[in-house]
Structure formats: C-alpha cells, structure tokens
Design a binder for this molecule. Structure first.
Ligand SMILES: Cc1ncc(COP(=O)(O)O)c(C=O)c1O
Length: 380
C-alpha cells in the first residue's frame, strides 16, 4: 500500500468558511468592506484592544510601520539574518539600511546580547523576528529599545497565537506585524495585520494602505501622502474570520505534534549524532514550524541529499531560511561570508519538518523514523 506524500504544511479550511466565501462572492461587495472591518475588530480584541488594520500581505505592514515611524534614508534598522527575505527588504524599500546582528544558536532568533554593539547614531529601530513562532524576549528587547530611544517593528509573521508573559503577541509592544500567508498558523490566503499604538497611527496606516486617500462627506477626497495598494479583499477577510475560532485548537494540535517529535528525536542515538532540536517551549510558542539543525560535521551527506532522501520516502521538508545577508542584493551592500558565523552555520543546516494541524501522530513517527534512518546511515 503506498502512503500519500506528506507535505511540509497544509492549511485547514472548514466547510463553513468555504460557504462563507461563496456568500461574500454572491453579496455584490467582494473587495475591502464589512468583512475587513469585522476581521480588524476581532484581531483587535485578540490584541488586548489595540488598533489593528489588515492588509494584503504581512510584508507591506512592516514597510508601512517603518514609514509611520518616519524611518527612511540615512537611518539604520537592526534585524536578523535568519528570516524570510521580506524582513530586510522592507527596510530597503523604506530607504533605510538593514544592519544584521548574529543569532542565538539555541533560539535561532536575533541575539539580544549583540544588539547594543550594533547601535549607531543612525539607528532608529529594531526589527526582530519570532522564528518558528518562538518569541524573542520582549522584556529585554523593549528594555534595549527604551534605553536607546528606538522604535520596534516586531516581525511576528510566524507568531500569531504565541504569548509573552501570558499575553498574546500583539497585545503588548510597539508595532506588531502578522502574516496570514497559507503556511501560517491561520491564513487569509494572503494577508497581514499591523497592530498600532493609537488612532493617529491607524489613520496613517489606512492612508498608506490605499494610495494615501482620505475621503470626507459624499464627494470629498484629499491625498497628502503617497500610499500603495495594499488593501485586503472581503473574500480573503472571510477566510481569516473562518480561521480565527480554530486558532487555539490548531495551536494545541501543533503543540501535541511537536511533543511527539521530541519523544522520538530527543533520544540518545539522535543526541549522540548531534542533531539539534528547537527549544522545548510548550508555553510561549505557537509551534509555527518544527526545525532541526543537522550536524554537518558528523554527516557524510549534505542537507540537499537529506531532503532528497526524505522526499523519496514521501516526506516534504523545507529550508527556512538561507541567510539574508549573503543574497546578491545584500552582498552588494557589503555583507559577506564570515560576517555572521552563527547564522551562516545554522542556515546551512536548518531543516523544517512537516507540522500542521491535520497531521496525525503516525505522520510524525514516519517523519522521525525516516530522518533517523537517513542520519544514522550517513554519519561519520
Ligand atoms: C518571518 C516572516 N516575515 C515576513 C513574512 C512576509 O509575510 P507575507 O508573505 O504575508 O508578506 C513572512 C511570511 O511569508 C515571514 O515568515
């Protein structure tokens, strides 16, 4: 009997949401409208009542946050090299310079101990990422930001449903950005949300979202800033609304599956091989991803071959991510190999295993068994 291919991730969309989308499509209003407003209200409730605006991507929310903070040419923004490239592209889009700081090898997030050494008179903000949903230490992060008068744009694209000090990510802090891309813990097909500090910022975010337009009365229109076309459709918002009630159950299931990975992989044989597991955090993280770091010095094959062998065994894996500073765009800005050695080593060896709510315990066992078999067959 052949086993179906296990993808790296897959969204779970219920029938009610599918019916709700059909309803929106039949309603006569399919772009931004009442569903967008409803989604913003629900997200705001999730984020402790803070203002929230939704957009057609997580990427644009970060660029808009930087613009609202007045960050542009001549400014520097401190960020991590281990992220989706959007994280630092938005800094360039805003006209500022990204300054990469090496990561903590255990959390794989920006190393907070190294941030202060990277601060210069041009630094205006810190843009940290909660990789795989594991939150950066918010207490230390904001202590540093406060001490140096810096804004924070939290790239919490992967951290919806994660918590810090018992509160949801988004309920505390400065700007907080979420993504609802299909591989995230909840999706709106594509989409993002920005948590802001006050109504003034929220109004500015609305202007940046739609060509800078401000309407008044029946026929009034003014444009004082240049905005983009970043609005979310009601169709997408309806998908997001259908996902929200499942957030806790989805994340609880992810936690269970992550525990199952630990039961299998946190074994003496794997430890002896030097396979690095993620921090065993079962309180704060939403387990957006389960990432291992392969022990390159103990293996006779490289990551790509490990991935090919798992693929041949019917298992999808992913790389999240190559180090941003070594992409051509960033090399042209002067970044080079050896600048951020910890990130470079981790990025060469990091491997994301399948993890999504519809997976079974048997799927986890199958992945863990296949990985164990590949690593133990190809070690020095
Ligand atoms: C860490 C991180 N930052 C930013 C983004 C960008 O989000 P989006 O794809 O919604 O623009 C993503 C997801 O794709 C991400 O994982």
């Amino acid at each position: 009997m052949s086993v179906p291919f296990l993808p790296l991730t897959r969204p779970t969309i219920d029938d009610e949401t599918i019916a709700g989308v059909a309803e929106v499509l039949r309603s006569g209003w399919i772009t931004s409208g009442p569903k967008v407003k409803e989604l913003e209200a629900k997200l705001s409730a999730h984020c402790g009542g803070r203002p929230v605006r939704v957009f057609n991507s997580g990427t644009c929310t970060m660029e808009i946050a930087l613009r609202i903070a007045g960050i542009g040419p001549g400014h520097e923004v401190i960020t991590t090299p281990l992220s989706w490239v959007a994280t630092s592209h938005v800094i360039l889009e805003a006209g500022a310079r990204p300054v990469f700081v090496d990561i903590d090898p255990v959390t794989r997030n920006i190393d907070l101990d190294r941030i202060e050494a990277a601060i210069t008179p041009a630094t205006r903000a810190i843009l940290p990422v909660d990789l795989a949903g594991l939150p950066v230490d918010r207490d230390r992060l904001y202590a540093i930001a406060r001490q140096h008068g810096l804004r924070v744009v939290e790239d919490a694209a992967q951290a919806f449903g994660s918590t810090w000090a018992g509160k949801p990510i988004g309920a505390i802090g400065d700007f907080v950005s979420f993504s609802f891309h299909p591989n995230k813990n909840i999706t709106a097909i594509e989409g993002g949300a920005l948590v802001l500090n006050d109504e003034r910022e929220a109004k500015l975010a609305e202007q940046y979202r739609l060509q800078g337009v401000v309407r008044t009365g029946f026929d009034g229109m003014e444009v004082e800033i240049v905005g983009g076309k970043f609005n979310l459709t009601d169709v997408a918002a309806r998908v997001g609304l259908g996902q929200l009630p499942h957030l806790e159950a989805f994340n609880a299931r992810r936690r269970e599956l992550a525990r199952a990975y630990f039961e299998f992989l946190d074994a003496p044989a794997m430890r002896a091989l030097g396979l690095q597991l993620p921090p065993a955090d079962f309180t704060r993280t939403n387990w957006h991803m389960f990432q291992v770091v392969l022990p390159e010095e103990r293996l006779t094959i490289r990551r790509a071959e490990v991935m090919a062998k798992l693929h041949a065994a019917g298992i999808g894996t992913g790389v999240h991510y190559p180090p941003i500073h070594l992409f051509a765009v960033y090399r042209r800005l002067g970044w080079k190999e050896g600048d951020l050695p910890i990130a470079e080593r981790v990025c060469r060896n990091i491997l994301t295993l399948p993890l999504f709510p519809a997976m079974s315990r048997g799927d986890v066992d199958r992945v863990a068994e296949a990985l164990t078999s590949v690593l133990s067959t190809h070690h020095k």
